[in-house]
Design a protein around this ligand. Structure first.
Ligand SMILES: CC(C)(COP(=O)(O)OP(=O)(O)OC[C@H]1O[C@@H](n2cnc3c(N)ncnc32)[C@H](O)[C@@H]1OP(=O)(O)O)[C@@H](O)C(=O)NCCC(=O)NCCS
Length: 161
């Protein structure tokens, strides 16, 4: 399995993997809309034997205090290849690349039992004002202390929030 940046030739295969993972096209359509708006800050694919079996997308979040934040959404692993570390590997490589690009914190809205294994914390996200709150709303500081001051975030347009 290799992880690499997604390219234009991958778009149809990505749509298929995301739709298969979620069992509906909505999240795959969201990926297309984020990309069309220029809001695909970082998009990675997991490839096995030439086939795309996983995908992750990060988009920019506007923060009131000028901090550089990104949203993780969506994360998809092909059914049949789940629970084998691909989702975790996609997140970890994404975090490395985002940190190198100067992103200070990543926000996710997702399964509260899954994302903490990659370092996300709902407690850490409590200083963040957004359309979401609660145990599914989590943050990972790539630069410690980014969230020590309260801030408000705005999601990319395609989320429709
Ligand atoms: C969620 C998803 C991305 C995880 O990717 P993955 O490659 O299967 O996960 P990993 O192999 O990195 O981690 C597997 C572990 O996470 C757990 N896990 C997977 N999905 C989970 C979920 N929805 N809730 C809680 N735990 C979950 C597994 O039970 C496994 O635990 P174990 O190591 O103790 O056995 C993948 O299952 C998927 O694409 N699901 C459908 C789409 C989706 O729900 N995306 C996330 C939206 S928030």
């Amino acid at each position: 399995m290799t992880i690499r940046a997604a390219g234009p030739a991958d778009q149809a295969a990505i749509h298929a993997v995301v739709a298969a993972a979620f069992g509906q096209p909505d999240e795959a359509d969201l990926v297309d809309a984020l990309r069309a708006d220029g809001d695909a800050l970082l998009e990675l694919v997991a490839v096995e034997a030439g086939a795309i079996v996983g995908h992750i997308l990060f988009s920019p979040l506007a923060a009131t205090n000028g901090r550089r934040l990104a949203a993780l959404a969506p994360l998809s692993v092909q059914p049949g290849r789940q629970k084998d570390g691909l989702g975790t590997a996609l997140m970890e490589e994404g975090h490395r690349r985002l940190a190198a690009a100067g992103i200070e914190t990543v926000i996710v809205l997702g399964h509260p039992a899954y994302y903490p294994r990659a370092g996300y914390s709902a407690e850490l996200a409590r200083t963040v004002t957004s359309p979401f709150r609660g145990p599914s709303f989590m943050a990972l500081e790539l630069v410690p202390g980014t969230l020590s001051e309260p801030l408000t975030i705005r999601y990319a347009k395609a989320f429709g929030l």
